[in-house]
Design a protein around this ligand. Structure first.
Ligand SMILES: [Zn+2]
Length: 386
């Protein structure tokens, strides 16, 4: 049994909705035909010539990466630079390529939750929720039908708040309408208003639920189908509060506190590296840990606000390390930079687990190549300044 490229994309979109990707991103199907059937696939952090060779050797029809190959504008597909040549070779060989990038960073159980799991953290939550992504849907339902509409909206994803599902509020009221000549109202009792025009009057409830913005279309569809009226009166409002259905970074705790030195060993072992850059004192206690796979310097303040003892992220620039420092030279929080590849290649096994569960008949192969071109050399001489 195989599945089409499109079915696999739909699964990834359901877990990590494209609407949660950052505006600069280009996640999704990069090369290939949506209807192509897939029996074997390669999973990699980056698209490289070695990954393509692996896919060709095993007869894979699809490659799924975290980092998109097509990210900036490509003017021509011809041999030479890495991106156009790889895109050309994918098209020539008929291998599809799709990427789940910042949308997978933002997904529950996504990249940052996997990094946290690797480091042995528990009670993991998002470091920060997603701003501008929360809506309130208000719908007016005739009495006796509210539970059915409520249930349909909840099943479509509305009403999720923290650890609670199907959260809703309802209040009673009266709905008025005047049916047009072609209307077929299902209920209503005629009343005379002051202008002597006939109005229909119905006892209704105002039902309101919160919903993530990317779920609005499916919730409105479910709500409309469950609602008895021809025309469903409803309002959708933006909420000035971050959504917790998607977020950035993650924070959790170790089973027990340990010195920073032991924590650094833990990071090296969990992320398969011999070197990490860090700021902090080897003896300071580490229990609460914030993480952000990839370039997470912009969440430094969020990591501090979370009460973390240490922040693990990568691509930390020289001056960002000073942003941590107090005027007396002390650090309110330690920081560790294991490298961009090291902080994110766990995505390959995360994708393998989730895609194998969803499509057990497809062979999901994690690349055996280290796709990062960056290596670390450990010098053996003594240092004068440590
Ligand atoms: Zn990355």
């Amino acid at each position: 049994m195989s599945a089409s490229v499109n079915e696999i994309r739909a699964f990834l979109d359901g877990w990590a909705p494209p609407a949660t990707a950052q505006s600069y991103d280009n996640a999704g199907l990069q090369v290939g035909r949506p209807e192509a059937e897939v029996t074997r696939a390669v999973l990699a952090l980056d698209m490289t010539p070695d990954v393509l060779s692996e896919a060709l050797d095993m007869g894979a029809e699809l490659i799924v990466t975290h980092h998109p190959l097509l990210f900036k504008g490509v003017k021509q597909l011809s041999p030479g630079p890495l991106v156009p040549e790889l895109a050309l070779r994918l098209a020539e060989t008929g291998i599809a390529l799709m990427s789940a990038h910042t949308n997978l960073d933002a997904a529950p159980g996504g990249v940052n939750f996997e990094l946290a799991r690797r480091l042995g953290l528990r009670d993991v939550t998002f470091l920060t929720g997603m701003d501008g992504a929360l809506r309130k849907i208000v719908v007016f339902v005739p009495e006796g039908h509210a539970r059915r509409v409520h249930r349909a909206m909840a099943e479509a994803g509305a009403g999720h708040i923290g650890h609670y599902e199907a959260c809703a509020f309802e209040s009673p009221g009266t709905g008025y309408f005047r049916a047009g000549p072609d209307a077929q109202p299902v209920m209503g009792e005629k009343v005379q208003d002051e202008a002597r025009d006939e109005l229909e009057r119905v006892a209704e409830v105002r039902l309101e639920m919160e919903v993530a913005s990317w779920l609005v279309p499916q919730v409105v569809k479910a709500m409309t189908e469950a609602h008895p009226y021809e025309e469903v009166a409803h309002d959708i409002y933006p909420l000035d509060r971050a959504s917790d259905s998607a977020g950035l970074g993650a924070v959790g705790v170790l089973d027990r506190a340990e010195p920073l030195g032991a924590f650094l060993d833990r990071v090296c072992k969990a992320l398969e590296t011999r070197t990490v850059r860090f700021a902090g004192h080897e003896d300071q206690d580490i229990e609460r840990v914030a993480v952000c796979g990839g370039s997470g310097s912009s969440f430094l303040a969020a990591a501090r606000a979370s009460g973390a003892d240490v922040y693990v992220t990568s691509d930390v620039t020289y001056h960002t390390w000073f942003d941590l420092m107090r005027g007396d030279g002390t650090l309110p929080m330690a920081m560790v930079d294991p490298g961009h590849y090291e902080s994110e290649y766990c995505t390959e096994e995360l994708l393998q687990r989730r895609l194998s569960d969803a499509f057990p008949d497809i062979s999901w192969h994690v690349t055996t190549t280290r796709t990062s071109p960056v290596k670390n050399w450990i010098g053996s001489h003594d240092l004068q300044r440590t």
